[in-house]
Design a protein around this ligand. Structure first.
Ligand SMILES: Nc1ncnc2c1ncn2[C@@H]1O[C@H](COP(=O)(O)OP(=O)(O)OP(=O)(O)O)[C@@H](O)[C@H]1O
Length: 276
């Protein structure tokens, strides 16, 4: 849903609730107080249902034995923060702390159960290896598909096609169906498409880790260049050297809660202090 330049993903984002006067007033208030923000995460909560049975028979037996057939797991619990235009922020935390879930909520892949996410501007996300790609289409066809999803016109894509392929170093494999690509090749092409769009916000999950060392260096340089151009970055990575070099701020998650939000060096120290 869109209003005053903001896109909103909310637990109650039906067209009815969005068109309500209360929502629009709330949004104007946020816009006036957080004018330079690109991302606002406001009290986000996300739960997942964990099933403990695999079949109807197992579920039936579990009910007879008065055992739980599922439990509810809180992956994120009331997360709040805002990211200003031009900021580069690392999301840090141990496995399962909620980083990828948060990135998926910001990109709109998942919907929150409570709270809301507001983004202002064009969002390009590298969230999962192969996401946004159709396995039966060639690399060339997927460039057009993926770039169109990211909001580029056919003319823009045609103009930038050679640059996209060149950066990805996919070369002669561009007309091969992507189901035959390695995970590194997927990421090369996806990253290349994303950085050639007119993006305002770049969301990068751990995906770059599957690229080889020279390509990772190239991506890091590109992310630093985009950052110096004033683009907003939110990066999830366990590569502490990389996030320290690229980000000025770190948000540390633990069991779905923000436990630190501040300078990157202090965030890394807080992360290391958890490792005892
Ligand atoms: N679709 C899902 N169904 C059930 N549980 C899920 C689902 N997606 C995520 N989870 C759970 O939510 C928690 C947070 O997962 P998430 O992937 O966000 O963690 P993370 O911090 O990115 O971890 P990692 O560093 O390992 O990538 C985990 O316990 C995970 O098992």
């Amino acid at each position: 849903m869109r209003c005053s330049g903001w896109d909103c993903h909310s637990y109650c984002c039906s067209s009815d609730s969005w068109s309500s006067v209360a929502w629009r007033v709330a949004l104007r208030k946020i816009s006036s107080t957080q004018g330079d923000a690109r991302i606002i995460v406001d009290g986000i909560g996300k739960t997942f249902v964990l099933r403990h049975t695999h079949s109807f028979k197992e579920a039936f037996i579990a009910v007879l034995r008065r055992k739980k057939i599922s439990t509810v797991f809180k992956a994120l619990d009331g997360v709040d923060f805002a990211v200003r235009e031009g900021e580069s922020v690392a999301l840090l935390g141990f496995n399962g702390s909620g980083k990828s879930t948060l990135l998926k909520l910001i990109s709109g892949v998942l919907k929150p159960d409570s709270g809301r996410v507001l983004t202002r501007g064009r969002v390009a996300g590298l969230i999962e290896v192969g996401a946004g790609f159709h396995p039966d289409l060639s690399g060339r066809e997927n460039v057009f598909l993926n770039a169109a999803i990211l909001g580029m016109s056919k003319r823009e894509i045609t103009e930038r096609f050679d640059a996209i392929v060149e950066f990805s170093e996919i070369g002669e494999f561009i007309d091969t169906e992507v189901k035959h690509y390695s995970s590194g090749m997927f990421v090369r092409l996806a990253f290349s498409v994303a950085i050639h769009t007119e993006l305002d916000i770049l969301l990068v999950d751990e995906v770059l880790a599957v690229g080889d060392a020279p390509f990772r260096e190239k991506c890091k340089a590109k992310i630093a260049e985009l950052s110096s151009q004033g683009k907003t970055m939110l990066v999830v990575s366990h590569d502490i050297d990389m996030v320290t070099a690229l980000c000025e701020r770190g948000i540390l998650l633990r069991h779905g809660n923000v436990v630190f939000d501040g300078e990157i060096d202090k965030a890394v120290s807080a992360l290391r202090a958890q490792d005892v």
